[in-house]
Design a protein around this ligand. Sequence first.
Ligand code: ATP
Length: 462
Amino acid sequence: MKKSDADNSLEKIVSLCKRRGFVFPSSEIYDGFTAVYDFGPYGVELANNIKKEWWKAMVQLRDDVVGLDSAIFMSPKIWEASGHVKGFSDPLTECKKCHSRLRLDTLLEEAGIFADEKMSEEEINVIFDKNVKKIKCPTCGSSDFTPGKKFNLLVQSNLGNFTSDWTKEPTYLRGETCQGIYVNYKNVLDTARVKIPFGIAQIGKAFRNEITARQFIFRTREFEQMEMQYFTRPEEMMKYYEEWKKARWNFYLDLGISAKNLQWHKHENLVFYAKEAYDIEYKFPFGFKELEGLHARGDYDLTQHSKFSGKDLSYLDPSDNQKFMPTVVETSAGVGRTFLAVLSEAYHEEAAGEETRVVLKLKPSLAPIKVAVFPLLKNKPELVKKARAVFDTLKMNYRAEFDDNGNIGKRYRRQDEIGTPYCITVDFDSLENDDVTIRERDTMEQKRININELVKFLSTKI
Ligand code: ATP
């Protein structure tokens, strides 16, 4: 059976995620908590593997990028300097009939009308008024809405504030990870033996009070970002921007995503300080949507933090004694969106005899479990013992799983559904010959291999 478009419908992926323990809705036994999700046993492995691949590409394989792990909480002044307290908002409208709260720019876009979250309240309301009859509430179908109002996405907290009216001076859960990079730029420069151009990369949680949260883990209120800021001389920013565009596109191809499911989206409506902004979009089951943003941001962020902190963040280039404010190329991706893209790409339904098998054709380095080991029969102690010994050897090198439950066919199906590239079966011949059957996930081909050669074989494949 050929893979059809319907194979990777969102519904099927959500169902697989629940069935096999990739993703659970948050607080499920309490009827859930909107727009927050938990990664289950296989989900955390996949998410960690995605982060490892990103870190390898962005830090390990480069000599001009270093890592950072800044705290989620920071001085509230940082969010004033960055413009988030005043300007980090999306336009909100409410359906007067059913009281659903909706993101106005998304409503307009879905009706084929150009709108952007960066438009002022006035600008977007002019477009809204002109087109309101074309727009229907997705919940009740009404076209009766309140005027659009900017809603700030920063999530507030009382961390370190012990007064009852803390909302007047809140601390914020970070709305993006990159501010932690900007405010540590000088620390890194002074300690890490880096010279411009260089980058700082970090992976971490971010929080946004998203108005509408739909499409599973695509848009959540708590999520993880993988961000890198590359500090350059002003005249070189666009040269490096082009280089990073290539590198980031290739990163997704390396994850196993096909080029036909990726596209560039150029931002026409730029914030005043930005030179250029593109998104890499992936063809999710609900259409092409942003996976990662790449921005040539100029010197805005460091200039703002210099101004608000009173600390000079300019750079003195030792090669020519020139002093300047570094400009920044930003690459900003989401772990959850990459996870969903990787799953959508890998999900296949194929005919296997009379049945349909669901198989995740994940790149082996991303697979939650690299190898599964089965004794042919559960009730034969000598088989179980030998299979255990194989498992104990392999687990030292790979995330492995031991499974003696049900018939072999069912055990294969289970591993196919979680994307395990290799399954090993220990049978009666293994007791005589010290060899096992190894089965490959995508081709389902099986061959015999000596136990002593397993680690070497797997190391060439994974
Ligand atoms: P969108 O336009 O979809 O709201 P954005 O342009 O606000 O996204 P950025 O601020 O550029 O997103 O964040 C960088 C990346 O972080 C995004 O490309 C995405 O992968 C991820 N991201 C942002 N917001 C969310 C969210 N609410 N849930 C999950 N991932 C997110």
